[in-house]
Design a protein. Structure first.
Length: 440
């Protein structure tokens, strides 16, 4: 049996597992949890899916529930600084010692499943989730928020059979090789998290995606709170980095709050988080306190999402890691920084729609683009060669290719004035790399 001597050995075991198997199935994860004694059962779970925005919705929901006096556990991905961030209670990542403890607990079960199953035992993400569920089972928080990894229907988190509530934040084009080529196909995957009789909150979805969600919710008898029908939101401060919203929805009536997360696109994410939070409080028979929700939204934080890391010049990190994310970022720049020069340091993974993403950024009239490679999460997922893609794209200012992003950042800081904006964006892996560099 493999020995987990310390924290590094635990990480080596986790990251040494396969990332994917050929056949999509929940049966392997179900067998894994059965062997562990069903740690997911009895946990008050909120399940969140979406192409973009689900991390922000998790962060805001967690903050509002915490301000309401609840102990809140979260399982998210990817991490920005350290692996432990993925598994947290009240915003505090699992300790190194606990990560070692629960990894050791898994090893004999994983090895037995490796030997017993023709396709082998759990993949890496399933190991991560199992550690989280064992940890949460022991700590018994008041709420557990699980963020879907990819899709929903076949995502390992979907072994949860009776969540308190679910949410589908957005549906857009990403992971098409896995989820499908149309919005309806992608929506069908995300709607897979809807459970019989359990409430589902849907954000602003394209019509084709909303139709799929409507059909699945109706089929399963799941009450749906729909953006624009059951709850609405508006941005009261267009152009402000930290917007103030006006929200109307069940249990709140007229409600206003300032957001602690920057960017106009967070207004709609906040609306989903509010509908999700009020639904959870109602379903668990807890009081709804508007002041607590207001404070939660004001204090919520989410690293790498329009995160301010310097004030003069203004420098932000934003993991706009796919085409819908870049489109949201472009709208934010047009709304909030139209009168300023914006310097963008961009790194994108090769398996994303890099050319389309670059074209969106190039459409900005005030953007100076610096294109760079970065390490990437693995040899099988390298960064895109953006300089090759840039040749046929028209921009107001010539795009610059830099072989080392650190040199590119230095060049930008030499060129940008005090009133300009510096934005490091693209892959969350790139943003994480830059964030760690800036912190040290």
């Amino acid at each position: 049996m493999e020995t987990i001597a310390d924290y590094q050995a635990a990480l080596n075991f986790i990251h040494g597992r396969p990332r994917f198997k050929k056949r999509p199935t929940l049966e392997r994860m179900a067998a894994f949890l059965a062997a562990l004694g069903y740690p997911e059962q009895g946990l008050p779970i909120i399940h969140v899916a979406g192409t973009n925005g689900k991390g922000s919705v998790v962060a805001m929901t967690r903050a509002m529930l915490a301000q309401s006096g609840l102990t809140v556990a979260t399982f998210t991905s990817p991490f920005i600084t350290r692996f432990n961030e993925r598994i947290a209670i009240d915003g505090q990542p699992i300790s190194d010692a606990d990560l070692v403890k629960y990894t050791r607990q898994l090893v004999p079960v994983v090895e037995a499943l490796d030997a017993a199953r023709p396709e082998g035992g759990p993949v890496e993400f399933e190991i991560d989730l199992a550690i989280a569920l064992l940890y949460f089972q022991d700590r018994q928080p008041d709420a557990v928020i699980l963020e879907v990894g990819i899709g929903g229907k076949w995502d390992s988190t979907n072994v949860v059979t009776a969540p308190v509530a679910t949410a589908i934040v957005t549906v857009g084009y990403d992971h098409m090789a896995i989820l499908g080529d149309t919005l309806a196909e992608i929506a069908a995957q995300k709607a897979g998290i809807i459970k019989p009789g359990r409430p589902v909150i849907s954000g602003r979805l394209p019509a084709a995606a909303q139709e799929v969600v409507d059909q699945q919710a109706a089929k399963l008898g799941s009450p749906q709170l729909k953006f624009g029908r059951d709850f609405t939101v508006s941005n009261q401060t267009p152009g402000a980095l930290y917007p103030k919203l006006a929200y109307r929805g069940p249990g709140l009536g007229h409600f206003g709050a300032r957001l602690g997360l920057a960017g106009a696109y967070q207004v709609e994410n906040a609306a989903v988080a509010l509908a999700l939070t009020t639904t959870f409080l109602e379903e668990t028979a807890r009081p709804l306190q508007a002041a607590a929700l207001k404070q939660g939204l004001a204090t919520a934080s989410w690293p790498g999402r329009m995160e301010v890391v310097n004030s003069e010049p203004l420098m932000l990190l934003d993991g706009a890691h796919n085409l819908p994310g870049v489109q949201a970022l472009v709208k934010t720049i047009e709304a909030e920084f139209a009168d300023r020069q914006v310097y963008l340091l961009v790194g994108i993974l090769a398996d994303k729609q890099a050319e389309l993403m670059l074209g969106e950024l190039a459409s900005l009239k005030n953007a100076h683009l610096y294109l760079t490679p970065f390490a990437g999460p693995s040899a099988s997922r390298p960064s895109a060669d953006l300089s090759a893609l840039a040749a046929g794209i028209q921009t107001r200012y010539p795009m610059a290719a830099v072989a080392d992003w650190r040199l590119g950042l230095y060049k930008i800081t030499q060129e940008a004035g005090a009133d300009d904006v510096i934005l490091i964006t693209g892959s969350l892996y790139f943003v994480s790399e830059a964030r760690n560099y800036l912190e040290n």
